[in-house]
Design a protein around this ligand. Sequence first.
Ligand SMILES: *Cc1c(COP(=O)(O)O)cnc(C)c1O
Length: 394
Amino acid sequence: MTQREPGLSTLSVHGGEARVKSDYGLVDPIHCSSAYTFDNTAALIDMLEGTAAERDEYARYSSPNTRTVEKKLAELEGTEDAIVCTTGMSALSLLFLAELKPGDRLVFFDQCYHRTRQFCFEYLRTYGVDCVQVPTGDFEALEEAMNGCTRLLFTELPTNPHLTVIDLERFVQVAKAYDAATCVDATLASPVNHLPARWGVDYIVHSATKYLGGHNDLLAGVLAGSRARLEPVRKLQGIIGAIAAPHTAWLLQRGLKTLPLRVQQQNKSGLAVAAYLNQHKLVKKVYYPGLPNHPSHEQAQKYLTGCGGLISFELKTDREGCARFIDAVRLPRIGPSLGGVESLIEQPAIMSFYKASEADRQRWGIDPALVRLSLGIEDTQDLLSDLDQAFHCI
Ligand SMILES: *Cc1c(COP(=O)(O)O)cnc(C)c1O
């Protein structure tokens, strides 16, 4: 038999890990140490000169746990390197701060995680970075927003919460024509459903709090890319200290081992629940790219191998009727976040956009009766039955 490249499940379990670990343990220990010691001054100089084997100095720069999980993440993404951060937002903020200088332009699509938009407009802009948002998937507007100062193009794939899948090949082409870098927040896809590096994307971001960790018990973020591109970001991370703690990195490493298994179940439930909602008489609209009537269906066929466990849908009712539906659901608990083993449900008009103006909510497509449902790994049939009983309560 010819040697084949290991599959994603094999990489999830073994990727990045030493074959023989500390004290012959099957799994890695948690290294709590904040400082790492040197046998003598020559050993310190060897590390500073880069001639020593990979090692740690101080846990704000790295720990054995962050180094191992970073290798696993890079193998999963198909990139040279990866950085594990305290949160998804710190991964994104570190990238933007390290990559963009006053006068540089950042162009991004308007369907995105609300805090990303806030970071750009309320903070990055005050440092002199020119932040421009264009309608999602509008490539004419994107081309118009490009200029000689454009350094970075950013998009989510799929977007939160409307699950739009943009034409990634075209996105990368536009960036290349202007010598700008590209960044994709692929949190909603996870590496199981989408690998941006295969399409020439320079930076890949994940909120590892979601699918990667997968158990709703940690906060972390990932930035993947080439070693050269990540170097300045890693340097800034070492100064600011937005690095995942050893215990968090260890939990993430453990969570990653079941990533493909979990996401396969979420893909299966996602498709079944979306199809059920799509034919329900009390549902106005379903946002799920696996459905043939979603505007991104064709792009999803090209860029995604599965559509995940997140479904957004609008009910044929008002904000209060929608709240009654959400309150009647039993299995998914009311809460933010997504991608974990426990199902969660929320009404974005209240959860993330309660304090936004009505005009902004309309601009961002946050309907008062929009529901965001994040499916966990419960039995598909139990999730379907639960939704069915809740519809009787609107
Ligand atoms: C949750 C999320 C983030 C932020 O991640 P944190 O780990 O919560 O900081 C960024 N992007 C997307 C698409 C998300 O869903």
